[in-house]
Design a protein around this ligand. Structure first.
Ligand code: NAG
Ligand code: NAG
Length: 126
């Protein structure tokens, strides 16, 4: 290759590889512990107060955004993912009057910034 073209080739290569590398790095490969990048890990103890708090936050936030009256009942199941903070993906039991319904909520939390956001809230089969 001529030097000029070679340079261009490497430039393109960098453009292609950098975003992949960046998204991988953000995906949770921290401390070099060999954790699966971007993987969801089951929450070992879903009865922990903090997990319940995330679940309650999700229902509250959903009620605000959709003017609903769902009542949080419990966290049925949950997973977390490390992404510049932590994503919680929880299966929540809720009640709307007598109607019981399960939802899958994703909450993004950055504890040190006191930041939380409800990313999604979708019905699932009970
Ligand atoms: C789960 O968390 C609850 C509340 O913190 C605690 O009482 C319980 O002992 C924990 N269970 C296990 C198996 O760690
Ligand atoms: C929070 O999530 C909603 C979508 O559920 C999004 O519209 C909003 O921009 C997010 N807020 C922040 C601060 O990331």
């Amino acid at each position: 290759m001529e030097p000029q073209k070679k340079h261009c080739f490497y430039f393109l290569l960098t453009l292609t590889i950098l975003p992949i590398y960046a998204s991988t790095a953000l995906g949770g490969k921290r401390g070099g512990g060999g954790v699966l990048v971007g993987g969801w890990q089951p929450i070992k103890n879903i009865t922990e107060p903090h997990v319940k708090e995330i679940g309650e936050y999700a229902v509250e936030e959903y009620n605000k955004e959709s003017k609903s009256q769902l009542k949080f009942v419990s966290v049925e199941k949950g997973e977390t993912q490390v992404v510049a903070g932590t994503n919680y993906r929880l299966i929540l039991a809720t009640k709307n009057g007598a109607l019981a319904k399960n939802y899958q909520a994703v909450v993004w939390e950055k504890v040190w910034e006191h930041f939380r956001n409800l990313t999604s809230f979708t019905p699932v089969k009970a």
